[in-house]
Design a protein around this ligand. Structure first.
Ligand SMILES: C[S@@+](CC[C@H](N)C(=O)[O-])C[C@H]1O[C@@H](n2cnc3c(N)ncnc32)[C@H](O)[C@@H]1O
Length: 327
């Protein structure tokens, strides 16, 4: 619940066509301001002014990361409820809404295509690239510790790439399935699994945002060095939570915040790492209770070394909350 004054401020901020469109787009994901400017077909100063007004009213959040500014809907449940109920009065078939959705899909597809092209070109080299910034041995030990030793039936590795994590975790579940949207990466993964004779591991071509698994079907879900490539990491975590059994474990491995901006150009990174609280907040929103957070400091003396962060969580026994306020 908000105060009378807060409610008036929110209504005033949202009561303008472009701002209402922005609010709708941001409730369902985040954008960087450059992409949003293209989507809306308006100049950057105009879009920035709209963003400022929406942010001042607490309807959206914006944050700078390197040279990119990201915007997204407020995480505050009261604000999301307010915005969701206002937006629910617009027909889903409204031409403006449909156009915005189509443009948002185009922009996301274009960004995803850039990442796919990068992985197409670098699949054979990925194992070497991965080791450039991290102390691999330490990270792998920490992943095994985070997975725990309990008997598991099904383990899913989202964005499995060349399948190294499947190989690493192969003894920790009866069946392990890696999913990835890149065929070149999956070719490498299949060779690796064949060569290692890991008959309990397999890979599938699929999208992290739309997993081909039933609700509550997996005991463990791993997301290793994938979130920073995604334009909507929060939605990917919500989908991971959907397929986890109550009590099932989610392990996320990514970078802590860093400033190696060149990774955006050279390696298709979208996010320059994640703050521990940001991921913890998303996990809470999708019904994953925090089980722990650990950082593995950057390797001393290594050029462009990065700190690796590991989040562990368990899916609560009650239903996962939906973070989406409008669709
Ligand atoms: C940096 S690689 C990490 C691979 C592996 N987890 C590892 O650490 O070696 C990221 C992987 O995520 C995959 N990926 C990116 N977006 C995806 C999506 N929407 N659905 C499925 N896989 C995706 C890429 O194709 C790529 O193989």
């Amino acid at each position: 619940m908000g105060s009378f004054d807060d409610t008036v401020a929110r209504l005033k901020a949202a009561a303008e066509p472009t701002r209402l469109r922005i609010l709708r787009l941001l409730l369902n994901g985040e954008f960087n301001v450059k992409d949003l400017t293209q989507l809306l077909g308006q100049s950057q100063p105009r879009v920035s002014r709209h963003i400022k007004l929406l942010a001042e009213a607490g309807l959206i959040e914006r944050y700078q990361e390197g040279s990119w500014v990201f915007v997204r809907g407020s995480a505050d449940p009261a604000v999301r409820k307010f915005a969701g109920s206002a937006l629910s009065m617009i027909a889903g078939s409204d031409p403006q809404i449909l156009r915005d959705r189509e443009r948002a899909d185009q922009i996301r597809s274009r960004r995803a295509a850039l990442a796919q092209a990068y992985f197409d070109e670098n699949a054979a080299e990925w194992d070497r690239i991965r080791s450039l910034h991290i102390a691999e041995h330490d990270v792998e030990e920490a992943i095994l510790a985070a997975l725990g030793t309990g008997p598991r039936d099904l383990l899913l590795d989202l964005g499995t790439g060349t399948g190294r994590i499947l190989e690493l975790a192969s003894g920790r579940a009866r069946q392990l399935v890696g999913i990835d949207s890149n065929r070149e990466m999956l070719k490498c993964a299949r060779v690796r699994l064949d060569e290692a004779g890991l008959t309990n591991c397999s890979v599938r071509l699929a999208d992290i945002y739309n997993l081909p698994f039933a609700e509550k079907s997996a005991d463990t879900v791993l997301v290793h060095q994938v979130l920073h490539f995604l334009d909507n990491p929060r939605a990917a975590l919500a989908e991971a939570a959907r397929v986890l059994k109550p009590g099932g474990r989610l392990v996320i491995v990514d970078f802590a915040p860093h400033n190696l901006e060149f990774l955006r150009e050279e390696q298709a990174h979208v996010r320059l790492g994640f703050a521990s609280a940001e991921i913890a907040c998303w996990l809470g929103e999708c019904g994953i209770g925090s089980g722990g957070y650990r950082e593995l400091p950057a390797e001393a003396g290594k050029e462009n070394a990065l700190t690796v962060a590991i989040w562990t969580g368990e899916r609560s026994k009650t239903a996962a909350k939906q973070w989406r306020a409008a669709s």
